[in-house]
Design a protein around this ligand. Sequence first.
Ligand SMILES: [Zn+2]
Length: 431
Amino acid sequence: MEYWDKKIETMNLRELKKLQLRSLKKTVRYVYEGNRFYKERLKKAGVGPDNIKSLKDVEKIPFLTKDDLRKYYPFGLVCVPMNEIVELHASSGTTGKPVVGPYTKNDLEIWSEVMARCLYANGLRKNDVMQNAYGYGLFTGAHGFEKGAQKIGALVVPTSSGNTKRQIQLMLDFGTTALACTPSYSLYVAEEAVKMNLNPKKDFKLRLGLFGAEAWSDEMRKKIEETWNIKAFEHYGLTELIGPGVSLDCGKGKGLHVNADHFLMEVIDPKTGETLEEDEKGELVFTTLTKEAFPVFRFRTKDLASYTEEKCECGRTLPRHSRIMGRSDDMMKVKGVIVFPSQIEEALMKVKGVSENYQIVKYKKGVVRELGVKVEPTVSMYKKGNLKNLKKQVEDEIYSVLNLRIGAKIVKPGNLPRSEGKAKRVVDLTG
Ligand SMILES: [Zn+2]
């Protein structure tokens, strides 16, 4: 077994918790003395730097939400003089003001380090050629991957997103061994490669897929691995915390290890805010333990998962969260049943002859909210015909996963929109 930082990654859990507590105390003192908003908030909650005696005491600190971040946009929560900031990132801000992520030199160093840890765990090495097809710009994704890969010493090809034919040509020309992008885009690249008379399994040197920024099911992962004949890894992170690099996929298929020396994880009940125990499903909440420019306390991610401290087969002791089951924002209630898009994806990918291109449609029939799904069959299945039977299989499979009848519509291959970044899986027509 190989680790990027063996000492931290395999540290005795009790020692790790001691380290976390020391960092938590230090961070609370740091923000108390360095930021007006945080000081007021902590005072109001009756928490001072001297009140943090155990990790459990973090629960005394109020949650931080996206609305808080927007309220203090852009620099209200910054804890260092502005001239200490050397890089800025921001979320897309499609649902309001963007969230700004400022970094000091030291923050960037930590970002490179945690990303190197993640990529090394995925098997990325000095000899690899990593094609970075995340969009370069304000978004954190591409930059995090670049910093981590370069720290390892791999060759980074910064193609950014889009221009798929050129991506494919460069993959061939440069002998790309690792592709970093959204999982759905990797399948679009494969689809285009086939159109160029290439065989994704044989004509490329690709061996690693480094995927993030999208919730994707285990079935989708299998599909990608088969399509390219690669090993696919998940990446997780948020602009509010650091960008990608919060937790690492060791490849054992049992969740992601949190880089716990930098991020303290909790799982809470999204309704009551109560802290949950190991293996209970809830919302992930994180506190940064080492950030300088923009530390966050108990940030509510809206990502739903559970956690465990059980030692992993890979030998790492870092606590794990399960794969993200969905975002609380994506939760749909249909006829009293709670549905996540990832559950529908899981069902679809089980049906032979169904491609990875699908779309979930929310609509209203009178006043009743309904859900439908549009599915593209594979080209060979489409040519074979008998699509009625495919429709039935899709509906039955969804029923067996959700216990809910959802109407499926089989559409011609190539009919649904493709994305070069995050795939838009849900279309809302309910107004
Ligand atoms: Zn592991």
